[in-house]
Design a binder for this molecule. Structure first.
Ligand SMILES: C[S@@+](CC[C@H](N)C(=O)[O-])C[C@H]1O[C@@H](n2cnc3c(N)ncnc32)[C@H](O)[C@@H]1O
Length: 415
C-alpha cells in the first residue's frame, strides 16, 4: 500500500509514518487507507487538514494521484510543448510476453480459427483495422476459479491497467465503422467507458437484467450486467434493427399495456429493442450449459452478432471461455477469430455438438422480429385476445357496419 500514489505523494512510507500522519492531520487510519487504496481525492475538510500540515497544493496532489480534471487537462494542453519536451525520450514499456502463453492454433472451421494462449499476444499478430465486430467478456476480478488457473484477484490498479491494454488493442483491430461490445460489471464499465470515450463513439450502455448475486446489506440489489456498445467513427457500418414480441400477461396472455386505438399501428415485426434487455436467460439448463459458471447465453450473442454484423463479416472475441461467441458466429455464417488462455477442449467439444445449438438459435430467431410468436398467438386466440389477423377482420366488419348504418340512415331520412 505504500507504493500507491496517495501515500507516496504525502511521503507516507511505513505503518509508523502513517500513524503519526493520521495523528497530525486528525484523519483516522481507515479513511486514509481508503483514499490510498481507491485513489480517491480527499474530502474538502480532509484536504484542508492535509494541506495545512504538508503544504501540498490541490494541483500537486491531483497530478500525483493522476486525477486529471478538465481544468488540469486544459493546463496540460496549454503547456503541452514543455511537457512533451520532458517526457518524449522516456522509454515506452514494451510488453514482455510469456513463451508459455504464446497462441497456438487448436481448431479451425471454414469460417473460424481458435487459438490457445494469451489474447494480448494474439492481438499483436492480427492485422490492424481488420475486424468488423468485437465482443469481449473478460474475467471480472472476482476471485473466480478459472480452468486456465489465471489470477482473478489482482489489485484494482493492476486489473485496470491490464484492461486498458486489451481494450486499446481491440480498438486498433476494429475497422472504421466496426462495433465493439464489452460485457462487464457496472463498476468496471465506468472505467472502461472512460477509455473508450477517447477513441470511439458511444452508442449505448445496455443493461442486461440478470441477477448475479444475492442482495448485499446496505446496497441496492445488483441486478444487471452492463453491455457497452461503441463504434469506430460516428456511424456504424452495420446496424440491423432488432425487434421483440409484445410483452403479454404470462397467465392470461392479455395485453400488459393499453394500446387503445393504436393496436393496428403496431409494427408486425415487433417492438423496438431498447437498451434494457430483460429476456437474456442465465445459462442454467444442463442441456445448454456446456462449461463452468461463466458461459453466456447464445441468445445474447445471436442478438449482438445479428445487430452489428452481416454474413461474411469477421467477429473477434479475446476471451473464449466456453466459446459462445464462436458458436454463434459460425451458425450465423460470420468469419471468427477466437482465443482462450486455458484449455480449448470444451469449445472444440461444443463445435462437435453444434446441431442442438443450431436449433436453439433458429428458435431464438423464430421468436424475435415478430409482434407475436406462434405460441403467443395460439394462447391469445384461446383467451379471446386480439391478434393482428383478427384486428383486420374487426376493421372490415366495423367498416361494413358503418356503411350499412349510413345506408339505413339515408333511407330513413328519404322516407
Ligand atoms: C468470463 S469468461 C468468458 C466466457 C465466455 N464469454 C462464454 O460465454 O463462455 C473469461 C475467459 O477469459 C479467459 N482469459 C482470461 N485471461 C485471458 C487472456 N489473457 N487471454 C485469453 N483468454 C483469457 C479465462 O480463462 C476465461 O475462460
Amino acid at each position: 500500500m505504500f507504493d500507491k500514489a496517495f501515500f507516496k505523494a504525502l511521503n507516507i512510507t511505513s505503518d509508523s509514518s502513517l500513524r503519526s500522519f493520521s495523528k497530525s492531520v486528525k484523519i483516522n487510519l481507515t479513511k486514509l487507507r481508503y483514499y490510498n487504496e481507491k485513489n480517491i481525492f480527499p474530502s474538502h475538510s480532509d484536504f484542508q487538514a492535509i494541506n495545512s500540515i504538508t503544504g501540498i497544493s490541490e494541483l500537486e496532489l491531483k497530478l500525483n494521484m493522476g486525477i486529471l480534471d478538465k481544468n488540469i487537462i486544459n493546463l496540460i494542453q496549454q503547456h503541452s510543448n514543455n511537457i512533451y519536451g520532458i517526457i518524449k525520450n522516456t522509454e515506452k514499456n514494451k510488453p514482455i510476453y510469456n513463451e508459455n502463453t504464446k497462441p497456438t492454433l487448436q481448431f479451425n472451421t471454414d469460417l473460424g480459427k481458435l487459438f490457445q494462449g494469451d489474447c494480448l499476444q494474439l492481438m499483436d499478430s492480427i492485422e490492424k483495422e481488420s475486424i468488423d465486430l468485437i465482443f469481449a467478456d473478460p474475467p471480472f476480478n472476482l476471485d473466480k476459479k478459472y480452468e486456465s488457473g489465471m489470477n482473478d484477484k489482482i489489485s484494482d490498479d493492476e486489473y485496470l491497467q491490464w484492461t486498458e491494454q486489451w481494450v486499446l488493442k481491440c480498438i486498433d483491430l476494429l475497422k472504421e465503422g466496426g462495433s465493439l461490445f464489452i460485457w462487464n460489471l457496472p463498476k468496471w464499465n465506468t472505467h472502461i467507458a472512460s477509455i473508450l470515450n477517447k477513441y470511439l463513439d458511444f452508442r449505448h450502455w445496455i443493461a442486461a437484467d440478470i441477477k448475479y448475486r444475492l442482495p448485499i446489506k446496505n446496497r441496492l440489489y445488483p441486478a444487471h450486467y452492463g453491455l457497452l456498445y461503441y463504434t469506430k467513427g460516428e456511424k456504424p457500418s452495420v446496424f440491423n434493427e432488432q425487434r421483440l414480441p409484445l410483452q403479454i400477461c404470462r397467465h392470461c396472455a392479455g395485453d400488459i399495456h393499453d394500446y387503445g386505438g393504436y393496436k393496428d399501428k403496431l409494427n408486425l415485426k415487433g417492438i423496438n429493442l431498447s437498451d434494457i434487455w430483460l429476456d437474456i436467460p442465465p445459462v442454467r439448463h444442463s442441456k445448454y450449459k456446456t462449461r463452468g459458471s461463466n458461459e453466456l447465453s447464445l441468445k445474447l450473442l445471436e442478438r449482438i452478432i445479428s445487430l452489428a454484423s452481416n454474413e461474411g463479416d469477421t467477429v473477434f472475441d479475446p476471451f473464449g471461455g466456453s466459446g459462445s461467441t464462436y458458436i454463434a458466429a459460425e451458425i450465423l455464417k460470420r468469419k471468427w477469430i477466437g482465443v482462450e488462455l486455458g484449455s480449448t477442449e470444451s469449445i472444440i467439444n461444443r463445435f462437435n455438438e453444434i446441431d442442438w445449438q443450431i436449433e436453439y438459435i433458429k428458435d431464438v430467431q423464430r421468436n424475435s422480429n415478430t409482434l407475436f410468436t406462434e405460441e403467443m398467438k395460439n394462447k391469445r386466440i384461446k383467451h379471446n385476445h386480439w391478434i393482428p389477423e383478427t384486428l383486420s377482420k374487426e376493421k372490415v366488419i366495423s367498416k361494413k357496419k358503418e356503411k350499412q348504418m349510413a345506408l339505413e340512415l339515408s333511407s330513413n331520412s328519404e322516407n
